[in-house]
Design a protein around this ligand. Structure first.
Ligand SMILES: [Fe+2]
Length: 271
């Protein structure tokens, strides 16, 4: 028979446990940014790009639950890393485009030696995002490729449209690529299945928020049907292409994170 004391302790545990997890998921983890350092090996990397650094931010989702002050703090963290370039892999706002000008103002403070590049996500209005980001000195790449030069050496930075809402065109983006070191920004990680392997060395993606609310042994699609991909978070090797899926900064659907901390990724390229 259960004693009164055991019953009361059990009842207290049942109440405190979920409340504590709920409070942590709502108030602590969404602001607890993880800075991940990753080395990416590219065999064809020109010597002048040895040690080249890229900082990636993704899925900022500026909205009332992801306030400007938090984004400002992340921008300061990125700048403190002194990256060569910054890559922003889509989903800039959540629910309303009215957040875009304020977000662009925050992102205008990003500093990188050789440029800030972006691609649109499935929450982004392309025209409005292009207008807002270009005013902040950020180059939105929509099925485009840009060379980055260091004297006579160069690498290629490619950016594709979103796979779902846009018209991602990998072939058009990579037209003319002929064995150069090529790095691609894509909001959706599934783009990796449409790449002719060998044409892209490294893909940076987001979209999945790392599952956002990760319940062990439960597939992320139970909470978020939109995260239906085998590439939820971290590093993958898909044939000859290296893929990294960033967990993002903001939240969508629920203003919570659990076991999927917001992330700033720092890549160092090596030959
Ligand atoms: Fe997102």
């Amino acid at each position: 028979m259960i004693s009164r004391r055991t019953f009361l302790l059990g009842a207290l545990g049942c109440g405190v446990g979920p409340t504590a997890i709920g409070g942590y998921s709502r108030l602590i983890e969404p602001r607890w940014v993880d800075v991940n350092h990753i080395h990416i090996k590219i065999n064809t990397l020109p010597k002048r790009f040895e040690g080249f650094t890229i900082v990636q931010l993704s899925d900022i989702h500026h909205c009332k639950y992801v306030p400007a002050e938090f984004i400002r703090k992340c921008v300061r963290q990125v700048n403190a890393l002194s990256p060569d370039i910054i890559a922003l892999t889509g989903d800039f706002i959540y629910e309303s485009d009215t957040y875009l000008p304020a977000l662009a103002e925050e992102l205008s403070h990003l500093k990188a030696n050789e440029g800030v590049f972006a691609v649109p996500g499935n929450h982004d209005n392309k025209e409005l995002t292009l207008y807002a980001l270009s005013k902040s000195g950020i180059r939105l790449l929509i099925n485009e490729l840009v060379p980055l030069y260091r004297k006579n050496d160069y690498i290629l930075i490619a950016g594709v449209d979103d796979l779902w809402l846009g018209a991602a065109d990998v072939d058009k983006t990579l037209r003319g690529v002929n064995g150069e070191s090529t790095i691609m920004l894509s909001h959706n990680p599934d783009i990796v299945t449409g790449i002719k392997h060998g044409n892209v060395d490294f893909v940076m993606a987001g979209h999945t928020h790392g599952g956002q609310i990760y319940i062990p042994f439960v597939k992320p699609t139970v909470m978020f049907p939109q995260f239906d991909t085998p590439y939820i978070a971290g590093l993958f090797h898909v044939e000859k292409t290296t893929l990294y899926v960033n967990k993002g900064i903001g939240t969508s659907t629920y203003p919570m994170r659990f076991l999927a901390r917001p992330e700033i990724s720092v890549f160092t390229l090596t030959g």
